[in-house]
Design a protein around this ligand. Structure first.
Ligand SMILES: [Zn+2]
Length: 351
């Protein structure tokens, strides 16, 4: 019986093990360290239609994760320190980096006080058009269109289609269908045009989400002044880089770095590819980020860091703290029994 399983059973949480919650922890087995991906940290909302909930965790869960990391003896380090350890093959201690994508205000409101109190470093990857109040959080525009309407007309592959979405179940199904259809478009421009048209047609202000949710440059400047905070680049317009022309992709990376430098007087050394899966960032982007001199660049491909990643510093995997697996499923498994024993268990299993 593995230490992990013992720990879980000791906590009386066998059912979590058998429901497969432990699978969420599998990526943590082995590896020298991990980079965690977070987006929003904010109190739970009551809406039944929340298709983007996977992008948010509650302050309570966030606090539990920070406590777990602190108690487990893992080093929580900055991206610069991670870079140092990877390039110098300094793998004596396991480490975790905390990274927040996009630059949401709730991170400052709910996560920062916890991190500040614990003295934990973290990084925020800023999409500059979001801070400029001009960006398109298109996944939220799509959510709003579906949330506010009972019927939606859309031209799909040249054919006008009408979708009924009165019930929450219909809204969820339609969101999934349209989201993945959009993500499957061959160019980022096509996706943008479709969502822009939808937003216009159903009177959703696509740029309003920036103002509501993202930090302004002023707010970012206050955070950036804290030595615990690393500001990274996340492009200007948050495109799927692999789906835009090479020169535009290069400009997205380079320009976001100079805009951040002009606004915050810090030159970002680290990059996060928007969306970050294999359809959004691939070998072309990895090479570009290296050529442009970024020390590291992160994807959203799941995984932990191994020694070999020192040779792939602009194609690093991360582990997402997914809002759908928080609270009971993830937190209680993580926190049941002695966290240290769990980490030791992981180490033994890896050996
Ligand atoms: Zn992003």
């Amino acid at each position: 019986m593995t230490a992990l399983r013992q720990t879980i059973i000791r906590g009386g949480l066998e059912w979590l093990y058998f429901t497969g919650a432990h699978l969420a922890l599998k990526p943590l087995l082995g590896g020298m360290g991990a980079i965690l991906t977070l987006h929003h940290v904010r109190p739970p909302r009551l809406d039944r239609f929340q298709p983007n909930r996977l992008l948010e965790i509650t302050p309570r869960f966030f606090t539990q994760v920070i406590e777990l990391l602190r108690d487990s003896g893992v080093d929580v380090i900055s991206l610069d320190e991670m870079y140092r350890r990877l390039t110098r093959a300094d793998f004596g201690r396991r480490f975790v980096c905390l990274t927040f994508d996009d630059g949401y205000r709730d991170v400052r409101q709910w996560a920062y006080p916890v991190l500040k109190q614990a003295g934990v470093p973290f990084a925020i990857y800023v999409a500059t058009s979001f801070a400029d109040r001009l960006g398109e959080l298109w996944w939220l525009a799509l959510e709003a269109v579906i949330a506010r309407n009972d019927r939606i007309g859309l031209e799909i592959d040249g054919r006008k289609q009408v979708f009924d979405c009165t019930s929450v179940a219909e809204k969820r199904a339609l969101y999934d269908e349209l989201y993945w259809w959009l993500r499957g478009r061959s160019t980022d421009a096509e996706l943008r045009t479709i969502v822009r048209d939808l937003a216009t047609c159903y009177r959703v202000d696509i740029t309003a989400f920036c103002k509501e949710l993202c930090m302004s440059w002023e707010e970012l400047a206050k955070l950036a002044a804290d030595p615990l905070v690393t500001i990274g680049a996340h492009t200007v317009n948050h495109p799927m880089l692999a789906k835009i022309p090479a020169e535009t992709a290069r400009a997205e990376m380079e320009l976001s770095r100079s805009v951040i430098e002009a606004a915050l007087a810090v030159r970002p050394q680290h990059l996060s590819y928007p969306i970050g899966d294999s359809t959004s960032a691939g070998p072309r982007e990895f090479a570009m980020a290296a050529e442009l001199g970024f020390k590291t660049a992160v994807t959203t491909r799941p995984g932990v860091l191994f020694r070999a990643h020192r040779n792939h510093l602009t194609a690093l995997p991360r582990i997402s703290l997914n809002g759908e697996y928080q609270r009971l499923r993830y937190a209680r498994v993580l926190l049941s029994g002695s966290a240290t024993a769990m980490w030791n268990g992981f180490r033994r299993k890896a050996a």
